[in-house]
Design a protein around this ligand. Structure first.
Ligand code: NAD
Length: 311
């Protein structure tokens, strides 16, 4: 069994680190938050006094941090030169493609193997060890990372070279954000045209409108399998995180001059929903409430449309 440093033990990292510990690894945990460290200890990890001390003498380092700036500063200040160069470095955070590539290039220059390995799946999947990892890095780095990632996930896919994991993640979530909005507006229209939502679900599930946002994650309460819509849109994948991923996708699209009209409109709508209307903490499928309540397409972000209720 290996010594593994785990830095960033929030909503996602705590469950992932606990699964590594459960598999018999000696997990040294570090987070800036005392509450996160206490949770990690309950999950079978050993508390480290600092990130630099967590990575000393380990065989692997996993990070699960909020954004690119945290990832860059943790690796530059506390991992490079502090962890043995034989350690495989795995950043599982969702961050911008260019920071992911920069940090991996720095790692390689310092003699490390490193992958970007963002995940699909939320807090429940992190706890259950059923995440999907999209991995960017060399074949050698992927081979070193795979046995650790397999413990935390149900699927580990090599997406390509450095940064390819982040590229796959934001492209997937751009498609998800746009398809969720399309599903929401379709159900609202169907209902206004007098169709029963369950009947429309049964038809569209077997017709060409079929898509994951509808059949596996239906935004209409009581229709399809149980989803956050059946729990007042609590839990699930927060609209604020969908907005974060859409912004990363738009930043990446600008960097390669790619035309993304649907992604760009999805970003605009999630900005209104998550920020102007305060829906950021709700599941991303709750955007149906913004569409349902006589929302006008020319409403300004500063003045929420009347009738929108997020409770
Ligand atoms: P979180 O905010 O709950 O956890 C992040 C943790 O990092 C916090 O505990 C924070 O204290 C810690 N941290 C920040 N800076 C640090 C530093 N310098 N040193 C040590 N610890 C530090 O976030 P989360 O929901 O666990 O998400 C983590 C990443 O996973 C994000 O990039 C997010 O986009 C991505 N993600 C989240 C979900 C989800 O459903 N929550 C799903 C897929 C991907």
């Amino acid at each position: 069994m290996a010594r593994v440093a785990f830095i960033g033990l929030g909503n996602m990292g705590s469950g992932m680190a606990a699964n590594l510990a459960k598999a018999g690894h000696d997990v040294r945990a570090f987070d800036l938050s005392e509450a996160a460290l206490e949770k990690a200890e309950k999950g079978g990890c050993l508390r480290a006094p600092s990130a630099a001390e967590a990575v000393a003498e380990v065989e692997a380092v996993v990070t699960m941090l909020p954004a690119g700036t945290h990832v860059r500063s943790v690796y530059e200040a506390s991992v490079f030169g502090k962890a043995p160069t034989t350690a495989i470095l795995m950043d599982c955070s969702t961050i911008d493609v260019s920071t992911a590539r920069d940090v991996i290039a720095e790692a390689q220059a310092a003699g490390y193997n490193m992958v970007d390995a963002p995940v699909s799946g939320g807090i429940a999947a992190a706890e259950a060890g059923t995440l999907t990892f999209m991995v960017g890095g060399t074949d050698k780095a992927f081979g070193c990372a795979e046995p650790f990632l397999e413990i935390m996930g149900k699927a580990v896919i090599h997406a390509g070279g450095p940064g390819a994991g982040q590229a796959a993640k934001i492209c997937n979530n751009m498609l998800l954000g746009a398809s969720m909005i399309a599903t929401c507006e379709t159900f609202v229209l169907a209902q206004k045209l007098g169709l029963d939502p369950q009947t429309f679900f049964d038809i569209a599930s077997q017709a060409s409108g079929q898509n994951w946002s509808m059949t596996s994650y239906c935004p209409v309460p009581g229709v399809g399998p149980e989803t956050p819509a059946d729990r007042n849109y609590d839990g699930g994948f927060a609209a604020a995180l969908m907005l974060k991923d859409l912004r990363l996708a738009m930043e990446a699209a600008r960097s390669v001059d790619s035309y993304t009209p649907m992604g760009s409109h999805a970003e605009e709508l999630y900005t209104r929903f998550a920020e102007a209307l305060g829906g950021g903490g709700k599941d991303f499928s709750a955007i149906i409430k913004m569409i349902d309540d006589s929302w006008q397409s020319d409403s300004s972000a500063a003045s929420p449309p009347p009738g929108v209720r997020l409770g």
